[in-house]
Design a protein around this ligand. Structure first.
Ligand SMILES: [Zn+2]
Length: 740
């Protein structure tokens, strides 16, 4: 697609749902099933002693205070919170004759709330294990897999095939919940092979092979086992849903649970696109940021899921109100409100709905029962602006399960997710709106985008490569790195990059860069004291803006050694490793090489392509070195033939998201300026502002004001030269602007 029309097409598509100019007082939920209108959940995650003391009144009050529309209540699985008729279904220690699940369900129904029955279906206590030893997963020596004092059942055994469906049928038939969630439904992941008799027989019947002896991505048996294991989880999903529909009605869905990082889904055999596409509502168990992460990673989860499913589906996210779950974890202590608010605000900005998660019904630390109240009430009052909208972002960051599994090969955190996160964080820090794009969806999403980023997207099918080539031939820009397109979708190495003509570079089979110390994995060792040098004689291309006073950038990563085509220009070259100490020894043994670190290719008749043989995106995901982030942002701006559709100027660490909703634009600005930006726990909020905002004007809109949904008040819009401009006086934790 030719440059100028791309954004117009994106805006036109985004605006296909016409809305009224006046703000809607509430959403029209008439006729919507529960999974399209339950936007705030509360979960009181019961323990075995809760039935002795559970007092409904404070929780009914809490549901009202946080404007909950749904509750998630423990029903069965490891522990039954109702009088199950099955002798092997362990009843909560303090349950007695009480039907606590039934009581809470009745109270929630009376309050008009959706009720999801919470299960945890792949572990049991020892007594069940003693009675039914053949239900359980076994290691190669025949020992059962345990998680703490619980025993892990096998997904191919009678517990999963017969007992869980029987429990689902009992609960759905007796109580008619709206649906089910399940905590650990998928069982053992890619790192642990079950050698029980059921698995041995089923795998042999399916593949005519014995189970793999160990985790080995080169072993045909292990590779077959991985595919077979994925298929079994999808089969379980479908089987549980058949039971839920039969016993509980057509809208009674079994929803499992999944994570916000697709590589973690894959590690658990929860194939992200297969699972999400089966989910009428995505129950996201992504409770907090991980060690070293910023709050904005919650937005990565929202972008990735909506990027696959579109933006109409709800994605409620279990949000920990207890301290953790990063270590150390304290399940009964309260998390500081600013830490919860910033995480949840980044989620809401990316189309995630709140689901407030408490461990246990009784709280001696009562602060956590106040944490969510203000933000949740704000969400209820403004929810009409937070759904039914489409993102305006000209940059797509591409990912796939094939790259995670068949190229990542158990090291996806280093090989695949660090480059993805690095590219995404670089765009976010530079306030460039972006979307996550599945590699299979480039033909679908490409017409709305100006630039595709392929962060070490090594495993690509021929069809995926054709789609990227077509995107470039239509005028789209491409920023690729590392081994992009060097492997097929099975992870088999090709002789050259499938996209060599696009990248303007050819693989030589050699790698260079930094190698530090011995390590189990060669990928861990790609760090050290190397640099990238501005290539002599090339002039300073605009991608090096901001680096005018240096000829050298820090590097410390891995370089795919390539031969650049004559028509491409090499903007950076590798300066190989040299000693870091002692100071007398710090001098470059080889200050100049011809090894390309950055190749720019602007061929006639197609979009600009920047290719990084030096894996700067992976380094940024790992090290967060500012020059790497700036370089990635510069490359994306250069590859796009037009300015980004959004610019926010002013100091601060911000997470920005722009949407079109009917006849208005909705802009989220989350202020992450905080000494705890990359390390828990945030305990205070620090306002920033004023900020100058500039948004590309959709052809069919002429807005006059930007209303502030958090801070209140409005700013006048100035419309000139195809842009809408306004000032944002200040932002405390987050602001949502309705431009209309
Ligand atoms: Zn098994």
């Amino acid at each position: 697609m030719a440059g100028a029309s791309v954004a117009a097409a994106a805006v036109a598509r985004a605006g296909t749902k016409e809305g009224a100019l006046a703000p809607p007082a509430s959403l029209d939920d008439a006729g919507r099933p529960w999974f399209l209108k339950t936007r705030r959940f509360v979960q009181t995650n019961l323990n075995e002693q809760d039935p002795a003391t559970y007092d409904p009144a404070p929780w009914v009050d809490y549901w009202q205070r946080v404007r909950a529309q749904g509750v998630i209540v423990n029903a069965g699985g490891i522990v039954a919170f109702y009088p199950s008729r099955f002798p092997w279904h362990h009843r909560a220690l303090a349950l007695g004759e009480r039907d606590l699940f039934g009581e809470i369900l009745a109270a929630a129904r009376k309050a008009g709330l959706t009720v999801l029955a919470r299960m945890d279906s792949t572990r049991t206590y020892e007594d069940v294990f003693r009675d039914h030893p053949d239900w359980y997963a076994r290691d190669a020596r025949g020992e059962p897999f345990k998680a703490g004092d619980l025993y892990t059942v096998c997904v191919n055994g009678p517990w999963v095939r017969e007992c869980v469906p029987a429990i689902l049928r009992e609960i759905a038939g007796r109580y008619r919940p709206d649906g089910f969630t399940d905590n650990s439904w998928s069982g053992l992941g890619q790192g642990r092979v079950c050698y029980c008799g059921h698995c041995r027989a089923a795998f042999r019947a399916s593949s005519a092979m014995d189970l793999p002896a160990r985790v080995d991505w080169d072993d045909p048996a292990y590779r077959a086992w991985v595919r077979w294991s994925y298929a079994r989880r999808t089969e379980i999903w479908d089987a549980y849903n058949r039971v839920a529909h039969e016993a509980g009605g057509g809208d009674c869905h079994w929803l499992g649970m999944g994570q916000g990082d697709p590589s973690q889904m894959c590690a658990d055999f929860r194939h992200p696109t297969a699972i999400w596409s089966r989910s009428p509502i995505v129950m996201l168990d992504w409770q907090t940021r991980r060690a070293g992460e910023g709050f904005q990673t919650n937005g990565f989860a929202g972008r990735t899921i909506h990027g696959v499913l579109g933006w109409d589906r709800l994605v409620p996210e279990s949000t920990a109100l207890y301290l953790g779950p990063t270590r150390p974890m304290f399940r009964k202590a309260s998390k500081p409100e600013p830490e919860v608010r910033l995480w949840a605000a980044c989620g809401m900005a990316a189309g995630i709905q709140p689901w407030w998660h408490h461990l246990g019904a009784r709280h001696d630390d009562r602060r956590q029962l106040r944490t969510a109240e203000r933000l949740s009430r704000w969400h209820a009052e403004n929810e009409a602006y937070l759904v039914d909208r489409r993102p305006i972002a000209a940059v797509g960051v591409v990912w796939s399960e094939a790259n995670i599994d068949w190229y990542g090969r158990g090291e996806s955190a280093l090989r695949v997710m660090a480059p993805f996160t690095g590219a995404a964080e670089a765009l976010g820090l530079h306030r460039i709106p972006w979307r996550a794009v599945h590699a299979d969806h480039v033909p679908r999403d490409g017409p709305e985008l100006d630039v595709l980023v392929l962060p070490n997207l090594a495993a690509m099918s021929d069809a995926q490569c054709r789609a990227v080539r077509r995107f470039a031939e239509a005028g789209g820009g491409v920023v690729a790195s590392g081994e992009a397109s060097l492997y097929d979708e099975e992870g088999r190495r090709r002789a050259d990059f499938a996209l060599a003509d696009l990248l303007g570079a050819h693989a030589t089979g050699e790698t260079r860069g930094s190698r530090e110390g011995p390590a189990a994995s060669p990928w861990v060792r790609w760090e050290g004291h190397s640099y990238l040098r501005v290539a002599a004689g090339a002039g300073r291309p605009p991608v090096l803006e901001g680096f005018e006073e240096t000829d050298l950038l820090p590097f410390g990563g891995r370089v795919e050694v390539v031969r650049a085509e004559a028509g491409a220009s090499v903007a950076l070259t590798l300066v190989p490793d040299s000693p870091q100490s002692p100071p007398e020894n710090v001098w470059m043994r080889e200050p100049r090489t011809e090894i390309p670190g950055l190749v720019l290719h602007a061929a006639a008749g197609r979009g600009r392509v920047a290719y990084l043989p030096a894996d700067v995106d992976r380094c940024f995901g790992r090290d967060r070195i500012p020059d790497h982030g700036r370089l990635i942002a510069n490359l994306v701006r250069w590859a796009s033939r037009r300015p980004m559709p959004l610019s926010v100027e002013g100091p601060g660490l911000l997470d920005v998201h722009l949407y079109r909703q009917g006849n208005r634009l909705v802009l989220h600005v989350v202020n992450l300026t905080n000494p705890a930006a990359f390390r828990p726990y945030a305990t205070e909020l620090y306002p920033v502002g004023p900020l100058s905002v500039r948004v590309a004007k959709p052809a069919d809109l002429r807005p006059v004001r930007a209303r502030r949904l958090v801070g209140g008040g409005e700013a006048a819009c100035i419309v000139e030269g195809g842009w809408i401009r306004f000032e944002l006086a200040s932002v405390l934790d987050h602001e949502v602007l309705v431009v209309e």
